[in-house]
Write a protein that binds this ligand. Structure first.
Ligand SMILES: [Fe+2]
Ligand SMILES: [Fe+2]
Length: 196
């Protein structure tokens, strides 16, 4: 998932954020991007702590990141970029909410696994573990669910928001299937001391 995790910083910084703005909804979007644009360095930190820096050469990594086997990681970024570039500020809030809900599933699922690795290896995993999970509220930073639910939408605007949410979930679903396919094709659990 490296390609997407690192691209997610750029999605926040260069695609979701638009400055300057007088639109109150875009201001909310911008506020959120300042929370979510700097989590990827924790991923690199975990990567190093898990010993992956010694795994292969830089060109082998690049070949891997741009390989057919990991294409949905890249496609996720590109399709999200296309969706965001066509979205108005309210639709962007809907996109963020869908991404955050997806993140909530990912981080809560990953948490127990991270804790198990942390115990066995005596390390702290800041991206995969509690450090990151505690900073993810599961919705856009700076506004609560009722505030978002109270955004007035006419029928057409609501239909557009539902469309972008469905699109985001569909993209992430394809992504998770690719991750699972990869994990099943390349089992490493034994080398991480996780096999029973
Ligand atoms: Fe987030
Ligand atoms: Fe995050």
């Amino acid at each position: 998932m490296a390609h997407f995790i690192l691209s997610f910083g750029d999605i926040n910084q260069y695609l979701l954020r638009e400055e300057p703005t007088t639109d109150p909804y875009q201001q909310r979007v911008n506020l959120h991007t300042y929370e979510d644009d700097h989590h990827w360095p924790w991923y690199l930190e975990d990567f190093t702590k898990l010993g992956f820096d010694r795994l292969c050469t830089p060109t082998a990594w690049m070949r891997f990141l741009w390989s057919d086997e990991t294409r949905h990681n890249r496609i996720l970024t590109y399709r999200l970029a296309a969706l965001i570039s066509r979205a108005n500020p309210v639709e962007r809030i809907a996109i963020i909410e869908a991404i955050e809900e997806t993140g909530n599933v990912l981080f809560s699922t990953m948490l127990d696994l991270a804790k198990a690795i942390e115990r066995r290896r005596g390390i702290e995993l800041r991206y995969c573990g509690a450090f990151h999970f505690d900073r993810e509220s599961g919705h856009s930073a700076g506004s609560d669910r009722s505030e978002i639910a109270n955004i007035p939408l006419n029928e057409i605007a609501q239909a557009h928001c539902l469309y972008v949410v469905d699109e985001v979930f569909a993209l992430f679903e394809t992504w998770t299937h690719e991750l699972l396919r990869y994990a099943q094709a390349h089992p490493v659990s034994k080398s991480y001391g996780l096999a029973s």
